[in-house]
Design a protein around this ligand. Sequence first.
Ligand code: GLV
Length: 355
Amino acid sequence: MTHRWLDEVEALAREALPSAVFRYVAEGARDEISLGEATPAWDAVRLAPRVLRDVRTIDTGTTLMGTDYAVPIGIAPMTLQRAADPGGEVTMAVAAERAGVPMVLSSNAGSTFAEVAATGAHWWLQVYVAAERRETVPMLEAAAAAGAKAVVLTADTPVLGTRYPMAGGPGIWEVADAGWIGANAATPTGLDPADRGKAMDLGPADIGWLADTTGLPVVVKGVLRPDDAHQCVAAGAAAVWVSNHGGRQLDQVVATAQCVEAVRSAVGESAEVYVDGGIRSGLHALIALALGADAVFVGRPLFHALAADGGAGVHRALEEYSRELVEALRLAGCARPQDARGIVAPAGEPGRDQP
Ligand code: GLV
């Protein structure tokens, strides 16, 4: 079997990280049913590849919201990166810049916007909107001023879903260092993000409000339903991000692999579609493109790579994803990511989307 570093990073990270941090990144909500179903759902999809196509040159270049990237693979927002590497988000951003991929910066990052921007990476800000909207404005304005390319509204977190911490060990917020998080908070907050007053009344109007406040394209993350996707785009979203928050919010929600196709159909070409959740290979990325995604985002494996070997680790992991995607595109008869749209085949119906 071919050696894949991506198959080793989780074990390496487990060794390198404080156990409460490893557990926090690993955990899912409640019984972790959605967490466990994410990757098998990608594994379950079958492709109907094309033949007799010129695949001498595979160009993975992708334009997302007007910015060019080297591959349709990005870094999902994750807090606590400074627990994995001293440079934290800055190290991650250097690797993102080197690989030519977008990095979504957690609103609970331990590195400042200026530090991340100085790497030259293209970065987007993930936000939770506060119940008191004006409390979110300073962070939004600071991110826009520092060069964020988009705002990613987390829409699936009116409250944090219940997760069961490691049995017998300390909880993450008992061991977290204040320097790991909160670097861009306008006002000091408690360590535990559950303490913060997130809006429970988010609505379509918040999309326009975010766009007006920042002057940036707005991505709505956490969309699983076609009707919601349609509503987001009608309200001005530039993209919808199919996500179940890494299985960390409502348990027993549908796997994202099962939502992409319907979400794409709902929004047509009027917005971009991204997806995350259990994407563990370049082949999974191809499957997401085939189902209608413009780009995929990867979380835990890149956190693990950061913990295992810093920026070199993240670069190596991203390279592995890219290499696998190039091979998968070539074998599927696709010279470019957009050629992959529709090459899915439910059992018994190969090539149903072929012209
Ligand atoms: C926060 O967004 C988390 O999933 O822990």
